[in-house]
Write a protein that binds this ligand. Structure first.
Ligand code: HEM
Length: 473
């Protein structure tokens, strides 16, 4: 059972302008540490915390000097620092997806973007999306091979991409097919460009940057067609896709969002929302096939129309295999005080999620895959952080949880997953998510008698995400 470590937000003044810099101790820069940060991150961070203490400073590729935090109480403090003191990391994905992306926004601008993006992914809208998720899952899994091992990630990627494209663009027909072809290619390419700074320079007509711009133009062209179609729709005012919501949204001064702003934000949602969810699902299949007892209990519950153990299982998958290992904030003021340290402008703070998720002080017997630890209780906000925290916590967290629940339920009522005693799949870094090395291999057989109509995983009873705290404003 997770220990609750919540404590009141510290009433300390975080600005320390003019004071001498005092960074926590940390390792010297070595190419080996840089390499290990990419290939062996959880173990490296554990070693560093044991050697230097629960907060230490190290150089992180892509971000530079970074203070790594390894305790929930520290995450709590960080997530409560005003966003004009510790804000979003820079550079961020807005380098690839444009100035209109929420990733590049700070303070009031960031808040404004969240006001537009948060409501569609919450509350009663979720229920409306459930049937869409089930429909896309059924379509995809109808072709799963029986009795032969296959990597689930290919399938979960397709399902999650189709879902997010439909939710975001309301797209059907030719434009949907074009987006399905273009966006994953562009986002993958963008992730490479994002991590290698020189690739962001325009070296000429054959340069990667020009290729990126060509894909952007193609995207803008599809978007314009979708905008014309949406606005011509007699039911435009009632449409719930995010594109229509953004077309109807107004800035505080009453002006509409430009099409460029809308495009930047929408591609951000697709980038943030599909590979993360798909990878978590592949981990769920990898974990379940190695834990037949959990799998059996889960199937029995689903057949009876329940969803409590399902939710606990999703929480445990995300504890043991978080796809995003940590979140980063950047010091935006001249000097920022954090506990006994004084951090200069531009330094980053990183919350080491997987370290806390595997710390026996917060999760007893952390190596065990034990959904019971979350049964009937919500995970602690600062010890369980696969979706980050504070005012930048993942906008799609509730949506992603619903999506995973519906997909798992649909798969488990259709197929029987064969247990395996193969070793666990290795955790490998795939540019953004930490994924199973072999893509979540499973083998399935068709269930002879489809289960009686299962209940909704978003039933208020037993559905923890209906109890989630409202978004911080
Ligand atoms: C299992 C699936 C997912 C995981 C593990 C995940 C994880 C994360 C994490 C760790 C962050 C950073 C939070 C922080 O800095 O505190 C984030 C941000 C974000 N996520 Fe997700 N995410 C998932 C699904 C989604 C989905 C489905 C969407 C969209 C529908 C989405 C949209 C976003 C957006 C827009 C942000 C930026 C929020 C901001 O800067 O204010 N994510 N996500």
């Amino acid at each position: 059972m997770a220990i609750t470590v919540r404590r009141p937000a510290p009433a300390v003044e975080h600005r320390a302008d003019g004071e001498p810099v005092r960074l926590p101790p940390g390792p010297r820069f070595t190419p080996r540490n840089v390499l290990r940060f990419v290939t062996d991150r959880p173990r490296l961070l554990r070693e560093m915390a044991d050697r230097h203490g629960p907060a230490f400073t190290m150089w992180i590729p892509g971000f530079g000097t970074t203070v790594v935090l390894t305790e929930p109480a520290m995450f709590n403090e960080l997530f409560h620092i005003p966003s004009d003191v510790a804000g979003g990391v820079e550079p961020s994905l807005d380098v690839m997806f444009g100035d209109g992306s929420i990733f590049g926004k700070q303070t009031a601008e960031h808040k404004r973007h969240r006001r537009v993006l948060t409501p569609p992914f919450h509350g009663r809208n979720l229920r409306a999306f459930e049937s869409l998720v089930e429909e896309e899952t059924r379509k995809e899994i109808a072709g799963w091979p029986v009795g032969r091992r296959f990597a689930t990630i290919t399938s979960t990627n397709r399902i999650a991409l189709n879902i997010i494209l439909r939710v975001v663009f309301g797209a059907e027909g030719a434009e949907f097919d074009e987006l399905r072809e273009l966006t994953p290619k562009w986002i993958k390419f963008g992730a490479v460009l994002f991590s290698v700074r020189p690739l962001q320079w325009d070296w000429g007509p054959l340069s990667p940057w020009r290729r990126h711009l060509a894909m952007r133009r193609q995207f803008d062209d599809i978007l314009e067609r979708l905008i014309v179609r949406a606005q011509a729709d007699p039911g435009f005012e009632d449409r719930t896709d995010i594109l229509s919501l953004m077309l109807r949204a107004r800035h505080d001064d009453g002006t509409a969002l430009t099409h460029e702003e809308i495009g930047d934000e929408l591609v951000t949602l697709v980038a943030a929302g599909h590979e993360t969810t798909a990878t978590s699902l592949a981990w769920a299949f990898e974990r379940l096939s190695r834990h037949p007892h959990t799998l059996g209990r889960l199937v029995a519950e689903i057949d009876e129309g329940g969803a409590t153990y399902l939710q606990a299982t999703i929480h445990e998958v995300m504890r043991t295999r978080p796809t995003i290992d940590g979140t980063t904030r950047r010091v935006l003021v001249d000097r920022m005080r954090f506990r006994e340290w004084v951090l200069p402008h531009g330094v980053n703070l990183y919350t080491a999620t997987s370290l806390v998720h595997n710390d026996p002080r917060y999760f007893p017997r952390p190596d065990e895959f034990a959904p019971d630890r979350f049964l009937g209780r919500m995970p602690d906000t600062y010890a369980w952080t696969p979706f980050g925290g504070g005012v930048r916590r993942c906008v799609g967290a509730t949506f992603a949880t619903m999506e995973m629940a519906v997909i798992l339920r649909t798969v488990l009522t259709t197929y029987r997953i064969e247990p395996t005693d193969e070793p666990d799949e290795r955790i490998v870094f795939k540019g953004l998510p930490f994924a199973p090395a072999r893509g979540g291999l499973i083998s399935v057989t068709r269930r002879e008698r489809p289960a009686a109509s299962p209940g909704s995983p978003t039933e208020p009873t037993g559905c923890p995400y209906h109890h989630e705290k409202p978004e911080p404003s």
